[in-house]
Write a protein that binds this ligand. Structure first.
Ligand SMILES: Cc1cc2nc3c(=O)[nH]c(=O)nc-3n(C[C@H](O)[C@H](O)[C@H](O)COP(=O)(O)OP(=O)(O)OC[C@H]3O[C@@H](n4cnc5c(N)ncnc54)[C@H](O)[C@@H]3O)c2cc1C
Length: 504
């Protein structure tokens, strides 16, 4: 600490982004820092964002949160991957499973052996070689057991959660307040800035109170209260690549035990999510308003619910893209205020986590040096762009020609960065993500193959195995995975035994 150290951190917004930021920075930064969260019950939170991906578990681990207590408190279930139905062709189904795929051999990824095995008629559906996909299809779940047999997928079971977003925000709020974060209830109506530096100094609330700070985190959701309304950061709109711009969301009753995966079913002008929780199922229809009216989209969602709706559907408009600069002066935008990529691969909460981690590493002094801001902004640009490309792949790599929406997606221009990935894979089954990329070779392989992108060749080194050796290898992998999955209990039974939530 020195005279220039930041002492007062003010977070505007008490949604998932606000409370995740408050809890993580409380844990990661120095104790002299005061952290205040301003939120408005009158405005409320967005109330969606209920499916996560495995890195989310690091947030809980950082805070020392007990997993079972968290699952009970948020009516959570476990998630092994995402099922994509009807994406490349009507009637299709594949699961993008977390964790490993088959077994890498001599440094070469499994899907390359699988590509060759397919050519000689020795390979089955790719999902049979993924522990997570098999367990998900059979409705089974357990975390890594302490007595897991060596060199099997049971040694490291990779999973995430589905949870109730409102309960999660409440849970984190309790946690944050217990660790010294101060909550201020009220609506910010005025932002006062230093006349020369332009730095934000004070936020004025509707009732006349004011909150001053050295650094402000804008977690105010889509409205971007500080970053856009006050600082006019500008927005990079990617809706020409990700044409969906609306979602209807509605919870419904559970009619069956919760499955351990999210489902994304393609619809004529978008797709529908299904997120199973302990007390209900979260549903939503993400669609392009250029290709389907809001009324038609709402009717389609309600017609495709498995149980009785538990609320009126809520319409959420959005634009796929990101803020041109997420950090300006002494304001950093985290969460929906910083940008939004639609929830197809459940990445928004992960981007919140990434923003927090980068901010903690680049945490400034009061002058918020330009070098730090530039580094943060360029790193976050890269994070958003890489997730964007992975999402576009799902839309573009389709054979569907049955609606104007799918025709548009199939024939649209795509970013050069994605074109290169696809070309490399088509040419030789190779996938070379950047070292810090969220989606690894395993993820890309499952989606590329799931979307029916075929490789002409595979790397020559894969021919080191004879046909007989290759057959034996592939069969062995399938058999090990099958026997590992067989010992895993039903997802519902695991929850009932270890972390059943009380009735809401
Ligand atoms: C349709 C849809 C589906 C999604 N699904 C997923 C998913 O499955 N997985 C995933 O990871 N993410 C998903 N997301 C994203 C996820 O919902 C968000 O990233 C997450 O909820 C964080 O939201 P937030 O905290 O930024 O904003 P919000 O929840 O909107 O919170 C904003 C906060 O700011 C406060 N506020 C605003 N203005 C003021 C003011 N003037 N004064 C005081 N307080 C103010 C509000 O009261 C609120 O507390 C989805 C998003 C959408 C739109």
């Amino acid at each position: 600490m020195n005279d220039n150290s930041i002492r007062r951190l003010v977070i505007v917004g008490g949604g998932t982004a606000g409370w995740m930021t408050a809890t993580a920075l409380r844990r990661l930064l120095y104790p002299e820092l005061t952290i205040e969260v301003i939120e408005s019950e009158e405005i409320g939170i967005i109330g969606v964002g209920e499916a996560t991906i495995p890195p989310f578990r690091r947030h809980n681990a950082l805070l020392g949160i007990d997993e079972r207590e968290f699952v009970r408190a948020t009516q959570a279930t476990f998630k092994l991957g995402i099922e994509f139905r009807d994406w490349a062709r009507p009637g299709d189904s594949y699961i993008h499973g977390f964790g490993t795929l088959g077994l890498d051999l001599d440094g070469q990824p499994f899907h390359q052996y699988w590509t060759r095995a397919l050519q000689i008629g020795a390979a089955k559906d790719l999902g049979l070689y993924s522990f997570n996909v098999q367990a998900a299809r059979q409705g089974r779940f357990m975390p890594t057991p302490s007595d897991a047999p060596k060199n099997t997928p049971l040694e490291d079971i990779v999973y995430a959660y589905h949870f109730d977003a409102s309960l999660y925000a409440r849970y984190l709020r309790r946690f944050a307040e217990a660790h010294g974060v101060r909550r201020v209830e009220g609506r910010v109506v005025e932002v006062r800035r230093h006349p020369e530096s332009g730095f934000v100094e004070t936020l004025v609330l509707q009732d006349g109170r004011s909150v001053s700070g050295d650094l402000f985190i804008d977690c105010s959701g889509f409205r971007g209260l500080l970053i856009e309304q006050c600082l006019h950061a500008g927005y990079e709109d990617w809706s020409h690549w990700l044409p969906c711009d609306r979602a209807w969301a509605v919870p419904c009753e559970n009619v069956a035990p919760p499955v351990p995966y999210t489902r994304a079913t393609a619809r004529p002008a978008g797709w529908q999510w299904r997120i199973p929780l302990q007390h209900r199922v979260g549903n939503g229809h993400v669609f392009s308003s250029r290709h389907m009216s809001e009324d038609e989209a709402a009717a389609m969602l309600l017609a495709n619910l498995e149980g009785r709706p538990l609320a009126e559907p809520k319409l959420i408009p959005f634009h796929g893209g990101k803020r041109r600069r997420a950090w300006i002066g002494n304001v950093v935008a985290i969460g929906l205020s910083g940008g939004f990529l639609e929830p197809l691969e459940s990445t928004a909460i992960h981007l919140i986590q990434t923003s927090i981690a980068k901010l903690a590493l680049l945490f400034p002094e009061r002058d918020c040096s330009e070098a730090l801001r530039n580094r943060y902004n360029s790193q976050m640009d890269g994070e958003f762009e890489r997730v964007r490309d992975f999402l576009i792949l799902h839309y573009h790599a389709t054979e569907r020609a049955d609606t104007p929406f799918w025709n548009y997606c199939r024939t649209m221009e795509i970013p050069e960065s994605l074109r290169e990935y696809i070309a490399l894979f088509r040419d030789s089954a190779r996938i070379m993500p950047k070292s810090d990329e969220l989606f690894t070779t395993v993820s890309w392989a499952q989606v590329l193959i799931g979307q029916h992108i075929a490789s002409r060749r595979y790397p020559p080194v894969i021919d080191r195995l004879t046909d007989a050796e290759l057959r034996q290898f592939i069969e062995h992998v399938e058999q090990v995975i099958g026997s590992c999955v067989a010992v895993v209990p039903a997802h519902e039974a695991f929850i009932a035994r270890h972390c059943k939530a009380p009735p809401p």
